[in-house]
Design a protein around this ligand. Sequence first.
Ligand SMILES: [Zn+2]
Length: 112
Amino acid sequence: MKRRITRKPLTAERRAVSPISALCSEEGCGRHAYSAGLCQTHHRQSMTTGKLTPIRPYHRRKGKTVRFSGIRMAEEAAAYLADLAERQGVSQSAALAEVAEAWVRRGYKLDD
Ligand SMILES: [Zn+2]
């Protein structure tokens, strides 16, 4: 018989009554321990990849963004790409790839 294993997330309410208030054992993490001495994100990493990596900070975007081809971006960028895809008769992701490739070919960099 198969057993379904469900992992309930530790809600704020359950965390408040939990006798364990330890922090994640991964160096430099600082989040609340969720299971096996790890926070939820590091626990998931250990279960899926077996490798623990630092959790990248959430990058809050400035201004209004929309979702285009699975990527959140500025409205005007999405409008340009949608127009390009329409004019060229290609998919949204193909238009996005074309713009990124043209950008790289021209040697543009953001980290200068
Ligand atoms: Zn952690």
